[in-house]
Design a binder for this molecule. Structure first.
Ligand SMILES: Nc1ncnc2c1ncn2[C@@H]1O[C@H](COP(=O)(O)OP(=O)(O)OP(=O)(O)O)[C@@H](O)[C@H]1O
Length: 349
């Protein structure tokens, strides 16, 4: 199924939670809605689900108007952050629930329901838990059962709202890989909401970055990481060093001192220079655009993370860089820094 969202506006009193949102989701995609708290992700998901209605705009599922239909008629499966399993039912009965309450005309007979539940429990690899109650499961197992339950009714679309949000970091990581391989098996058009960039980049085939009720960028994980369209996206995805610079006539200055980098078409005026921590090349003092004193170094695995106090005009600026460990940095050492890859964005008023 395809999903098309056109010019959606949703206001709560005067506040626009969604401000003219346009989005197309292709058949079988696994799309992430990524953004900080309050950016409008859940509101957009609820509107697609038919749990809430916009003030203006259209939602089309497979080309057909969806706004005239409620959630049950849209054949959508949901999984939320907080486990919504029925506590008094076994895992088996939880998964069977949606099948048992279907209208008589389409309801399967008992043997077919049992076969379908078994198939779903196999799919989420938890058939051995069929007779347990939700209180006897781990958080990760509950979310997998919640997913099996959502899939029982063969939804046209699967919507997941922070499905792993309440789980610890290790389990989250395992479930990400699990969700990706499950999706490649079932191919249901799916949208999941997350505020965790790593999760979005690792799981989704496309990422929609939202801020303040607007879409800032839509792209593959590679696109949004390597070619962020806005300062917000650069700052939100990956870890960036951000320095206030002045662009004039193609040259870039930091605190009055010229940096040996091209303005790359940036307009003249107050701007911000964004450099990823690992894209700051280090060298001996006097060889790069910037100079700084190493204040603190922590080494882990293949990298060393160093805190550097920049020297010159912006005397008090401290940045953190990630450097390979081919040359160990020492606290107190003066080094030079040169951005290898960078982006310049004008400061918005
Ligand atoms: N029922 C409501 N009444 C008033 N304001 C609301 C309502 N629902 C959401 N909002 C506001 O709309 C904005 C977007 O909320 P939404 O839940 O969509 O954000 P989100 O990106 O999903 O955030 P989070 O990651 O914290 O869940 C927020 O500022 C929120 O306070």
């Amino acid at each position: 199924m395809t999903i098309e969202v056109k010019n959606i506006v949703k206001k709560f009193s005067a506040f626009a939670a969604l401000d003219n949102v346009d989005l197309k989701v292709g058949k079988g995609e696994l799309l992430a809605l990524l953004g900080p708290s309050g950016s409008g992700k859940t509101t957009l998901l609820r509107i697609i689900a038919g749990l809430d209605w916009p003030d203006a705009g259209e939602v089309r599922i497979d080309g057909e108007d969806a706004l005239g239909h409620g959630a049950s008629e849209r054949h959508v499966g949901f999984v939320f952050q907080h486990y919504a399993l029925f506590r008094h039912m076994t895992v088996f009965e939880n998964v069977a629930f949606g099948l048992r309450v279907q209208p008589r005309a389409v309801r399967k007979d008992e043997a077919a329901i049992r076969a379908r539940v078994k198939e779903l429990l196999d799919l989420v690899q938890l058939d051995w838990l069929a007779n347990r109650y939700p209180s006897q499961l781990s958080g990760g197992q509950r979310q997998r059962i919640a997913l099996a339950r959502a899939l029982a009714i063969e939804p046209r679309i699967l919507l997941l709202d922070e499905p792993f949000g309440a789980l610890d970091a290790k389990v989250r990581k395992e479930l990400r890989q699990w969700l990706r391989s499950l999706h490649s098996e079932i191919h249901v058009t799916s949208i999941f909401v997350t505020h965790d960039q790593e999760e979005a980049l690792e799981v989704a085939n496309r990422v929609v970055v939202m801020d303040k009720g607007r879409i800032e960028q839509i792209g593959t994980p590679g696109d949004v990481y390597d070619n962020p369209a806005t300062a917000f996206v650069h700052g939100f995805i990956g870890e960036s060093i951000v320095l206030p610079v002045e662009v004039s006539g193609g040259s870039v200055r930091l605190g009055g001192r010229p940096l040996n980098i091209a303005a790359d078409g940036a307009a003249s005026g107050a701007s911000k220079l964004f450099v990823r921590r690992h894209d700051m090349q280090i060298g001996p003092a006097g060889t790069g655009s910037l100079e700084g004193a190493v204040r603190h170094v922590r080494s882990f695995g293949p990298i060393q993370r160093a805190e550097i106090a920049l020297m010159g005009g912006e005397g008090k600026t401290v940045i953190e860089i990630d450097a390979p460990r081919d040359r160990e940095l020492q606290a107190g050492e003066i080094i030079s820094l040169q951005p290898r890859r960078y982006r310049i964005f004008a400061v918005q008023d």
